[in-house]
Design a binder for this molecule. Structure first.
Ligand SMILES: [Zn+2]
Length: 302
């Protein structure tokens, strides 16, 4: 079989000789140096990641960012790649997550991942997205101070105003306190274990400034998240209010310059995790503040 340089490259990237890179929850991640180096090089040459590529590559070198496969599946990988050469298909094949417990950002590749084509293009936005969660976990205060006035306060201000115009009388400093409460409860280093009721309570404290229906408003704030984790199995009487909050969240994204937010994300997490807003804003268009937040993460050897 004639092997041109592109095929040669494919063969070099076949996930052979995968080694255990770590585990996240109950998942075991496997990787090898070739994959890591290929992706590092790709990141260095990726325009959108230029301002943060140094720190991301340091994260890969120190093992704080793991890029690999869940299952070595050598033979399947090989077979699938042969199939790909015959009938090229583009699969996204990439999933990213940050685990605050292990302090690791994991980019999980499908064994069919098309390194030379489409899928690898999804790595930069996914890394950027997860890095914002990473930063919010390890340096909560700094992330808030860098992003509050330009992004976080305007985002939530728009949502609560749509929910009840009377919230205009609640000051930015009370809203800011609500945001930091959420970050401290749900995103900070040692914040594991807080439940959805805590989020409800944080929002109750905010709407406390109004008279009357504060508990309805607090419930409304967390409904889209509830719908998101329960896959829309919320009570029909709550559906319209959940939609209203969700639409307000989309409009907040649009106001902050995110184009087509509906294609990018399912809203809901924003009422619990403020860093989701920063993650969505930065994933395709890295802002100066986003770069600052990401470069602020100290990639220590572990
Ligand atoms: Zn996210």
């Amino acid at each position: 079989m004639y092997m041109n340089s592109e095929l040669q490259e494919i063969f070099e990237l076949i996930p052979l000789g995968l080694k255990k890179a770590g585990r996240i929850g109950d998942r075991e991640i496997h990787t090898n140096l070739k994959i890591q180096n290929y992706i590092k090089e790709w990141i260095e040459n990726s325009h959108n990641l230029k301002p943060i590529s140094k720190n991301i590559n340091k994260g890969i070198d120190t093992g704080n960012i793991i890029i690999g496969f869940e299952n070595p599946g050598k033979l399947n990988a090989l077979l699938n790649r042969f199939k790909r050469i015959m009938t090229p298909t583009k699969l996204s094949g990439i999933m990213g997550f940050y685990n605050g417990k292990d302090k690791k950002l994991v980019i999980l590749l499908d064994e069919n991942v098309d390194f030379l084509g489409g899928a690898i293009k999804n790595i930069p936005p996914i890394i950027t997205h997860e890095m914002m969660h990473y930063a919010a976990n390890v340096d909560t205060k700094k992330v808030y101070s860098i992003t509050k006035s330009k992004y976080l306060i305007p985002f939530y201000r728009n949502v609560v105003t749509n929910l009840d115009p009377k919230t205009a009388k609640i000051t930015d400093s009370v809203l800011g306190k609500t945001i930091t409460n959420l970050m401290n409860y749900f995103e900070k280093d040692n914040s594991l274990g807080a439940g959805i009721r805590d989020a409800y309570n944080v929002w109750n404290l905010f709407f406390d400034e109004l008279d009357g229906s504060k508990s309805d408003l607090s419930l409304a704030m967390i409904l889209p998240y509830f719908a998101y984790i329960r896959e829309m199995r919320i009570k029909p009487k709550h559906t319209s209010i959940a939609k209203k909050v969700a639409l307000s969240m989309y409009s907040s994204y649009e106001q902050l310059g995110v184009r087509n937010p509906m294609n990018l994300s399912t809203v809901g997490q924003e009422a619990i995790y403020p860093s989701e807003i920063l993650a969505v804003i930065n994933q395709f268009d890295l802002t100066n503040e986003g770069a600052k937040v990401i470069n602020n993460i100290r990639m220590r050897n572990r």
